[in-house]
Design a protein around this ligand. Structure first.
Ligand code: ADP
Length: 191
């Protein structure tokens, strides 16, 4: 585990399973139908129980799913977290279809929604880097730029004390740690 401080928020990187994470909000890499699937989505629904899908179905009835880049919130069923933010990452199609913008929106909209509900902690998986095949290095860059940019906006309703990236593979863990090391070194060099 590695921790960095950005503004008033600590940003950490872990290797592990997001379904066991304790805190206010875990983010799910959902699909636009909110119907569950494989990967982290499947793991969250099977560990959290049917309540989560029931709430996803309510959202489907109200707004017909969730477009890529957007985020919706449900309870967390049996999971130790309090809520789940379901966001829909882009499917990688070579980079020419605004995938980068959509992925950045996933992180930004999830954080804005977390702030709106007064969350103090949130955990993200590496959205789109599994079945959706977004290349891991560029996805890490987009994720951390989106998160650090938003933290630097110093929004008045930001009560987030900790943001954690739960990496499922050592490769992703290393990418996130390297990015944050470089980011904090560059910051220090500017002081
Ligand atoms: P996507 O369709 O957005 O690519 P995936 O679930 O296939 O979603 O993959 C997103 C990321 O989540 C991948 O990096 C994958 O390794 C990771 N992942 C899969 N299961 C878990 C889990 N239980 N906890 C944390 N991350 C997970």
């Amino acid at each position: 585990m590695k921790t960095y401080t950005i503004g008033r928020t600590s940003v950490s990187v872990f290797l592990g399973d997001i379904t066991t994470w304790t805190g206010d909000i875990i983010v799910n890499a959902a699909n636009s139908g909110l119907l569950g699937g494989k990967g982290v989505d499947g793991a969250i629904h099977s560990a959290g129980g049917p309540e989560i899908m029931e709430q996803c179905m309510e959202i489907r009835k109200e707004q017909g799913g969730c477009p890529p880049g957007n985020a919706v919130i449900t309870g967390a069923g049996q999971l130790p977290a309090k809520h789940i933010i379901h966001t829909v990452g882009p499917i990688w199609e070579g980079g020419g279809r605004r995938e980068e913008h959509t992925l950045a929106e996933c992180y930004r909209n999830s954080l804005l929604l977390a702030m709106k509900v007064g969350a103090r902690s949130i955990a993200f998986p590496n959205i789109s880097t599994g079945i959706y095949e977004y290349p891991k290095g560029p996805a890490c860059d987009v994720a951390l730029k989106a998160v650090t940019n938003l933290l630097e906006e110093d929004l008045p309703d930001n009560r987030l004390e900790r943001i954690e990236f739960i990496c499922f593979t050592p490769e992703n863990e290393e990418l996130y740690v390297q990015w944050l090391e470089q980011f904090t070194q560059e910051k220090e060099a500017h002081i």
